[in-house]
Design a protein around this ligand. Sequence first.
Ligand SMILES: C[S@@+](CC[C@H](N)C(=O)[O-])C[C@H]1O[C@@H](n2cnc3c(N)ncnc32)[C@H](O)[C@@H]1O
Length: 349
Amino acid sequence: MFPEEYVARQLLAFTRPGDLVLDPFCGRGTTILESTLHSRRAIGTDVNLVAACVSGAKAEVPALDEVLARIDHLETHFVAGGLSVPDGEFFEYCFHSETLGELLFLRAELRWREDPIDRFVAAVALGALHGEAHRSPNYFSNRMPRTISTKPEYSVRWWKERNLAPDRRRVFPILRALSRARLSILAPSGLAKVALEDARNCAEVFSEHEGEVRLMVTSPPYLDTTDYSEDQWLRIWFLGGPERPKRKMSLDDRHTNKENYWDFLSEVWAGTERLLGSEATIAIRIGGKKLDVDEISNGLSMSLKKGLSRGFHLLDAPNTSEIKNGQLNSFRPGALGKRHEHDFVFRLH
Ligand SMILES: C[S@@+](CC[C@H](N)C(=O)[O-])C[C@H]1O[C@@H](n2cnc3c(N)ncnc32)[C@H](O)[C@@H]1O
């Protein structure tokens, strides 16, 4: 994930309140949230269901009374049973049967793709879906890591070996408490919008904002990182995905081949161009194990040249930093060795 300070710095340097900011790979919504906190408007796309739900909830934050009314309504209309329980031992060991009944009901009822209130409730539920249940009474699952959804066979073996059964967790009261907590720090806002879409289709999805973007700030998937959506399979299931992890659970573009990677990025820049205003700034944080800073610098410039019809220049020498506690490292601790990422700022002319 982007650090908030990185995004805040770009916002303060290159935009004013009310300006429009774009993040075509908006992930968990750091750009989106920082922009709205700084009174900027923002738009973003992501192909991952979890990313689109979570960043979408940050983009369109509903009022607490609307959220509580929706949770009350769902609880009143909850009926146990009637929905088919997924096959296999995983769900039996992961959730208490009554907790699972409530989750299946929410999974069927929440219209998170269309409705901002339901999206907010779904995003709150995603945060509570699994985690270190012995440490917090607010996780719905048996003991599990919070950051990744472990694979079903591994999880069942782990729970059986330790004789761990899931506790009954009451989903509706937990959702109320967590929504209250979130909304005590997040003000309702309608300043931003996120679409579950490929970055290459940005300009079509947000055609009403043609020529309006002052700043694009983004971090594309890095070359040679794995698609971590498989590690989020249980959250993807809750949002309507399959009952088991699968390879390629989203259309996430991960590349191991350098040429394909730069071609992909040039298509992304082409897909955003119509949204970019004159003299828009483009701030990109990018890394990759197989690439040094010169290769990244050249590849990125070439991809921008190929993708954009307008000219641009580099504003400053790129800034390099070591990847410390990024998303990838926390998902796969120790697996990556030392890696660097580089910050580039370009200006259209
Ligand atoms: C490095 S992450 C961005 C992280 C983000 N800056 C944050 O703070 O959370 C890259 C994101 O790109 C998304 N992605 C990959 N291919 C995509 C595509 N073709 N279109 C849109 N999003 C894509 C992934 O789902 C992932 O969320």
